[in-house]
Design a protein around this ligand. Structure first.
Ligand SMILES: Nc1ncnc2c1ncn2[C@@H]1O[C@H](COP(=O)(O)OP(=O)(O)OP(=O)(O)O)[C@@H](O)[C@H]1O
Length: 336
């Protein structure tokens, strides 16, 4: 659906995108995360044709974006809806008129506009606000209007630029739930630019981390979590390693297909050992529970425990060397 290959973009002598490679498939909810200034919005604007690029390929819905003439680009952009942090609604128009605007611009017949706008307002849950002006709505309601307007022309792709950054946590949750519903019901591919890792955890199936115009981490949200790469830690501001200095410490990664309580009890029973759990965290990623625990082992327990974990295909990391990351059946094996 979206293929980005060696994409480069400069603003005068400032290189903002340094050779981006990405593949976003139909139906993905893809998170583009990174700190302020990393180049996320620039990449998003290249994807919807608001910005040109200098080198590389950018194929959206099967067409190279740089190959369009003005009229072709205008047509292509019908397939790509966009929402923003500040909602970008017209204050002097009603909710209904804001949502109708793209269809009015494309000269759709009034009856079709009326039917579609009412359907969309119903979908986003604010049909009762159709005659209100944006200033009479809450932030979450304004973003619902913006979502309905972005869907007016029946796009295949919805781009969200920090769409929940101005909203409180509860409203953010409800907007993300709405985006997920739109993705599932209408089959729309969604790209979410955000600096909030919570957003990625709640809704994305895939994500990348952008750092100074380069992708430093990419994959399914589960893979990114399991890798716990330095890039991820830098993004989260968790670079400092906790020093687990008693004996040998290993980090054991848990996914929902493992019964995490049972792992530790079973291992203690099978190996006839005791050990301390010295750290850990479980979190919800989309509809999965993922997490890790750090256990501290005596030197003589260490080889037996890692042999046991490998035999059960459980992912673990040596906290001392920080270089081994033994993968389930090998597929998650990587150096960090
Ligand atoms: N039109 C422009 N002209 C010159 N430099 C620009 C322009 N737009 C963006 N930049 C610069 O490009 C870099 C990336 O900006 P961009 O807005 O893409 O980052 P971002 O990751 O979206 O940041 P934020 O999260 O703060 O929005 C920044 O250093 C910014 O100053």
């Amino acid at each position: 659906m979206i293929i980005v290959k060696d994409l480069k973009k400069r603003y005068n002598d400032f290189a903002v995108l340094h050779g981006i490679n990405l593949n976003i498939s139909k139906g993905d909810i893809y998170g583009l995360v990174g700190r302020s200034g990393a180049g996320k919005s620039t990449l998003l604007r290249c994807i919807n044709g608001l910005e040109s690029y200098d080198e590389g390929k950018l194929i959206v819905n099967g067409m190279e974006m740089s190959s369009y003439n003005r009229e072709g680009l205008r047509e292509a952009r019908k397939e790509i809806g966009m929402i923003f942090q500040n909602f970008s609604l017209l204050e002097r128009k009603t909710v209904y008129d804001n949502v109708a605007l793209p269809m009015v611009c494309w000269k759709y017949p009034n009856s079709e506009i009326d039917k579609r706008v009412n359907e969309l307002l119903e979908l986003v849950g604010i049909l009762d606000k159709r005659n209100k002006r944006p200033r009479n709505l809450s932030g979450g309601q304004k973003q619902r209007v913006a979502i309905a307007r972005a869907l007016a022309l029946n796009p295949k792709i919805l781009l969200c630029d920090e769409a929940t950054s101005a909203l409180d946590p509860k409203t953010t949750k409800s907007i993300l739930a709405l985006l997920r519903e739109i993705n599932e019901k209408l089959g729309i591919t969604i790209i979410i630019v955000t600096h909030q890792i919570e957003v990625v955890k709640q809704i994305c199936n895939k994500a990348c981390i952008l750092e100074n115009g380069k992708i430093v981490e990419e994959g399914s949200v589960e893979e990114i979590f399991f890798r716990q790469s330095p890039a991820m830690k830098r993004f989260l501001g968790e670079e400092e390693e906790i020093n687990y200095s008693i004996g040998k410490s290993i980090q054991i990664f848990i996914s929902e297909d493992l019964n995490n309580n049972a792992i530790f009890t079973q291992m203690a029973l099978d190996l006839n050992i005791t050990f301390s759990i010295v750290g850990g965290r479980m979190e919800r990623y989309g509809n999965k529970n993922l997490g890790f625990f750090v256990i501290s082992l005596k030197d003589d327990q260490y080889p037996r425990v890692i042999k046991y974990l490998d035999s059960k295909s459980i992912v673990w990391r040596d906290m001392m060397t920080n270089i081994d990351f033994i993968g389930k059946k090998g597929e998650l094996k990587c150096e960090i």
